[in-house]
Design a protein around this ligand. Structure first.
Ligand SMILES: [Ca+2]
Ligand SMILES: [Ca+2]
Length: 302
């Protein structure tokens, strides 16, 4: 199991579920590539229900991050943004989207040119799903390109108070080989982190978008960890960047980026059951998940 770093000083609020029956419903998986990515994303939005929220905390609806409002020339709202290549690629601080209830595990990169400025060998390979900006991890160690994970935890929007969401989904771009995924984490009533499962991003043709989202029936998801491709596009030591170079398909490397993140409004997190009941729950979820897959083959994929 991958661990997700908890932020120092963050408070963790949980509501203990009163009855295991609250877990009778399986999480529903929405996924698709190409035109089906849009279909799956729209279905995920509809299943969350309510409005797209942008301001103060709400009790329903969803949040979305398109990255398109991030300025790329050093004038972005948060003064801790680092410019990698002015006008093209910046690295945003972990709290850049705290207003939307998102806190990142590390500083990650936003680009308006599909990261061509920091990895010219991939120019044109990652068309934005929502133009122009896309999002991906970077490795902060020179000569290292193996940190392929984006970690995000949820907060009550505008605060540092840890929260839970019923579901999270993301657009990926150019996933052509199995290996990209999203792992979901929750906490039990003792505050221990537990994996709620790893779900695979579907593969598609070169340049296609993919969507993967998983919706639970309680706000149990406190963290997500996205595995994006097999390697990092570039690294940045604070002064200089190095490019990983092109991908090698059908060989061992598949490079990819992400675009729109969509998640249910973060609220006070619901605790997951203790381990014994959790194992029973997972067994039930596997069975119910398969049933859900058969019902919705167009965009459900476990
Ligand atoms: Ca975008
Ligand atoms: Ca690729």
């Amino acid at each position: 199991m991958h661990s997700v770093k908890m932020l120092a000083g963050a408070t963790f609020a949980t509501a203990i579920l009163c009855s295991p029956s609250a877990w009778s419903a399986a999480p529903v998986v929405y996924s698709g590539s190409g035109a089906n990515a849009t279909t799956a994303l729209d279905a995920f939005r509809a299943a969350i229900g309510g409005a797209k929220n942008t301001g103060a905390p709400e009790t329903s609806g969803r949040r979305e991050i398109s990255w398109d409002g991030v300025k790329l020339d050093g004038t972005d709202a948060n003064p801790n943004t680092q410019v990698v290549d002015s006008g093209h690629t910046v690295i945003i601080p972990v709290d850049r989207f705290r207003g939307q209830g998102a806190l990142f595990e590390d500083p990650y990169a936003v680009s308006g040119d599909g990261f061509a400025s920091v990895n010219p060998a991939t120019a044109g390979q990652f068309p934005a799903f929502s133009p122009n900006n896309t999002f991906v991890m970077q490795d902060d160690t020179p000569y290292q390109f193996d940190d392929r994970f984006i970690g995000q935890s949820f907060t009550i929007p505008g605060t540092a108070t840890t929260a839970g969401t019923r579901g999270f989904g993301a657009i990926f771009v150019d996933v052509e080989k199995a290996g990209s995924s999203i792992e979901y984490f929750g906490h039990d009533s003792s505050g221990h982190e537990v994996s709620l499962g790893t779900f695979n991003v579907p593969t598609g043709a070169s340049g296609e978008p993919q969507f993967l989202g998983v919706l639970f029936d309680q706000p149990v998801v406190t963290d997500v960890k996205l595995a994006v491709g097999t390697n990092t596009l570039f690294n940045f030591d604070g002064t200089h960047f190095q490019s990983f170079g092109g991908e090698n398909l059908p060989g061992s490397t598949d490079l990819a980026v992400t675009d729109d993140f969509v998640y249910a409004e973060p609220t006070m997190a619901a605790a997951i059951p203790e381990p014994s009941s959790y194992a029973l729950m997972l067994a039930g979820l596997s069975l119910l998940g398969l049933i859900a897959y058969r019902k919705k083959p167009a965009f459900n994929q476990l």
